[in-house]
Write a protein that binds this ligand. Structure first.
Ligand SMILES: [Zn+2]
Length: 471
């Protein structure tokens, strides 16, 4: 069969696909090829299958590339639509040579319920691209399980962004004005080597997209006012690209713009043009990946470990870039659409926050079942305490509402049924981010954990401490 026999819903009807249409299209693509199969990763809140298309043969040494679209459902459909054409190009078109050296996993529709409801959120009204730190939703649990099981080397998460921010920048009389933005996973807990490799991939892709005639730039966080400084993407591990990096992937974000909905376009909300733009960016990215030396040498994911006694940064902050304190950014006046450049304070430099020393072990002494389930979902190992013992720890004493909990060195009586979590495990960085008291990504800050009743004088998670003579 040839590529011409697979017309996507956008090509046929000039409107975004429904989740059922995407599923049917992926099924047809897979049925005609020995190189592809559909995998059900899990189900959405409303019970729709979350489907991935695997392309290529599992080959030792082959680079695994994961491409995800439409985490933000019906609000950002174009990434998913473009991924349908990429799947077709890989299986029946001009990208098929890539299958000799790469394996691909394509998830065009990461939020099926949101797509069908025309919403950015899932059916529980949760923003899935903020949920990867706590994994409270079936969709994020399924995607996270894919990261753990398939261990992609390279990840790209495709998004869209409205040029008209009706309640912020639009009120000041401006629209954003770019064709393509890319960012890397930037959490300071990911390794320097990993960030450097991902930044390289990003820069090369930006050049490639520009060579194809689009205005491409490093991602600028949504501009809410022309008087505020500019920064880059958020660092929290609730975002898919940051979470994927903590499992060792080189991970990128792609964003293309949506022009104001009230304009007149040749297709429904300009979906044909938006899809073409995403497709061009995705194909540029794949050309860069194909040429990259990574494709030959392979990427070591093992370097993600970190032993007890080593330090890592739990957070980071953007600050003024001394080399370029002011940046001129392309905008358009609204409603006239006249192009304009305005100066912004450039807070584009990421400064890692204070570091913590990785302890040998964490102990968990309350709500062990809830913690165990969550650690399982994140692919983290733990053991149940089977014998009573007394261990030196640092605990956080509970404080009245509004006051800070204070760390306190003490002896902890461990009993059967408590949890001990060793830091000698592959995803130790993630472990620290989830369990450390000061971590902005700590589980304790998330709703299900905030609702747990506490019995004792201390909070539930304790850091092991080397025994001192005074204990
Ligand atoms: Zn988005």
């Amino acid at each position: 069969m040839s590529a011409e026999s697979f017309i996507t819903p956008v090509e046929e009807a000039c409107r975004p696909s429904t989740s059922a249409e995407i599923l049917a299209y992926l099924t047809r693509l897979a049925a005609g090829s020995t190189q592809a199969r559909c995998l059900t990763l899990g189900h959405s809140v409303r019970g729709q299958a979350l489907v991935a298309l695997h392309c290529g043969q599992p080959t030792p040494g082959a680079l695994r590339v994961l491409l995800v679209g439409s985490h933000h459902g019906g609000s950002e459909p174009a990434g998913g639509e473009a991924l349908l054409t990429i799947a077709r190009d890989l299986l029946y078109g001009d990208l098929s040579a890539l299958l000799e050296r790469f394996e691909f996993m394509l998830v065009p529709n990461a939020n099926p319920d949101g797509r069908d409801a025309g919403s950015a959120r899932n059916a529980n009204e949760v923003n899935l691209n903020r949920d990867y730190g706590v994994l409270s939703q079936p969709e994020t649990q399924a995607m996270n399980a894919l990261l753990l099981a398939w261990r992609p080397h390279i990840v790209l998460d495709a998004h869209e962004s409205a040029a008209l921010k009706r309640h912020t920048l639009g009120v000041e009389g401006y629209l954003t004005d770019f064709d393509c933005q890319l960012d890397i996973a930037n959490h300071p807990a990911s390794t320097a080597a990993q960030q450097a490799l991902a930044a390289d991939l990003m820069q090369l892709t930006l050049l490639e997209v520009r060579a194809a005639g689009l205005r491409a730039q490093r991602y600028i966080k949504e501009i809410s006012s022309v008087r505020k400084p500019m920064t880059h993407g958020g660092m929290a591990i609730g975002r898919f690209r940051n979470k994927a990096a903590l499992y060792g992937a080189l991970s990128l974000l792609l964003e293309t713009p949506m022009l104001p909905k009230d304009d007149v376009y040749p297709s429904y909300q300009n979906i044909t043009e938006r899809t073409a733009q995403q497709r061009l960016c995705l194909r540029s990215f794949l050309r860069v990946v194909a040429r990259s030396p990574l494709a030959h040498g392979g990427i070591s994911q093992a370097a993600m470990g970190l032993g007890a006694g080593r330090a890592l940064s739990l957070s980071g902050r953007y600050q003024v870039d001394p080399h370029e304190p002011v940046r001129w950014i392309d905008l358009r006046r609204y409603p006239s659409r006249e192009p304009i450049q305005l100066p912004f304070a450039n807070h584009g430099r990421l400064r890692p926050g204070p570091v913590v020393v990785v302890p040998t072990t964490y102990y968990i002494t309350e709500h062990m079942g809830v913690f165990a389930r969550t650690l399982d979902a994140h692919g983290l190992r733990y053991e149940w305490v089977t014998q009573a013992a007394t261990v030196p720890v640092c605990s956080w004493r509970r404080a009245p509402t509004g006051q800070r909990a204070v760390p306190e060195n003490r002896l902890l009586d461990l009993t059967v049924g408590h949890l001990q979590v060793s830091s000698a495990q592959p995803h130790v960085r993630l472990l620290c981010l989830l369990l450390e008291w000061e971590s902005p990504s700590a589980l304790r800050r998330h709703l299900p954990f905030q609702q747990l009743a506490l019995q004792g004088d201390f909070h539930s998670v304790h850091r092991a401490r080397a025994a001192l003579a005074t204990d």
